[in-house]
Design a protein around this ligand. Sequence first.
Ligand SMILES: C[S@@+](CC[C@H](N)C(=O)[O-])C[C@H]1O[C@@H](n2cnc3c(N)ncnc32)[C@H](O)[C@@H]1O
Length: 164
Amino acid sequence: MLVDDALRALPLLERHDGPLIDVGSGGGSPGIPLAAALPDREVTLLDAERRKCDFLGCWAPPNARVVWGRAEEQPLEAWGVALAKALARPPTAAEWCLPLVRTGGAAILWLGECAELDPLAAVSEQLGGGEPEMHDGLVVLPKVAATPPGFPRRTGLAKKRPLA
Ligand SMILES: C[S@@+](CC[C@H](N)C(=O)[O-])C[C@H]1O[C@@H](n2cnc3c(N)ncnc32)[C@H](O)[C@@H]1O
């Protein structure tokens, strides 16, 4: 079930080249099933909690590397796609993910069919992103321009004062 849920993103990933990052990977979903299904693609499994990273290190396939750290402190525009499932409220998750993605890439959020797209559109526009697209409960935020100056904001602000 968890595996099927992760693999729903496969058709969307075909549209964007480059390495993947699973932001707030926790127990490894969606990053580990996707890394196993795409052995030629580099995958970063990022989590802010060391204990989660220790767990991820036991299960990561050879094309996946585990990084212990916060999304706001990672290199900018270094990945083709950022993935996030159950990371934070959608505007916060979008703000953490979009700066990590290069122009032409995308952030993909596991939010469900009922997700509100208007607040996400407002956040996306401020971060060099385009209009959100819903695909089977996955929301795709295309990265259409470089991350504007001032982002990412100081650690903690995206959660404390969301952009929308
Ligand atoms: C609810 S868990 C979801 C885990 C997994 N994606 C899933 O769906 O089962 C959220 C994870 O995000 C991590 N996290 C929260 N804020 C983060 C941040 N700013 N940067 C990186 N990881 C973060 C937490 O440590 C936690 O493991």
